[in-house]
Ligand binder design. Structure first.
Ligand code: FES
Length: 150
């Protein structure tokens, strides 16, 4: 039936959209305006819809971030386990930035997120694609030093 084709095509495009945005972000570190436009053109979608999708999901970033994106879980399980606040405080102190900021050298961006799928091993943080669990503050310092190339 001709009436169902446009919907299926639209569903196909929407199902490809997240992957396309993920690939574009991996290439540029964040989703630039040009990248969003290019994805919209390739999928023949409205650029506003693509941009709204990019800003809806927390895994996508439309602003530049540091070379290392540090995400600390402040979800309920981690909060109850009691490690998240201490970890965030420690990182803010060590990096001299607040949550949502990037260090002046462009090396680190600090974010808080609601879950890293490491609920039983708080405190946890992810640095780019690497997950660290059951962290001590000494381990955090070692990780930062290693990333700085010390
Ligand atoms: S609530 Fe912290 S990892 Fe899930």
């Amino acid at each position: 039936m001709a009436g169902t084709e446009p919907d299926r095509s639209r569903d196909d495009k929407r199902s490809m959209l997240l992957t396309a945005l993920y690939v574009a972000q991996a290439q540029h570190g964040h989703l630039t305006h040009q990248a969003v436009q290019r994805v919209a053109e390739r999928l023949d979608m409205d650029v506003t819809e693509v941009f709204q999708t990019a800003t809806f999901y927390s895994m996508f970033r439309t602003e530049p971030v540091g070379r290392y994106l540090i995400q600390v879980c402040e979800g309920l399980s981690c909060h109850l386990a009691g490690g998240a606040e201490k970890l965030l405080e420690h990182l803010q102190k060590r990096l001299h930035i607040k949550v949502g900021e990037t260090t002046r050298d462009g090396l680190f961006t600090l974010e808080s997120v609601q879950c890293l799928a490491a609920c039983g091993s708080s405190p946890a943080m992810r640095v780019n694609d690497t997950l660290y669990e059951n962290l001590t503050m000494d381990q955090v310092d070692d990780i930062l030093d290693e990333l700085r190339g010390a």
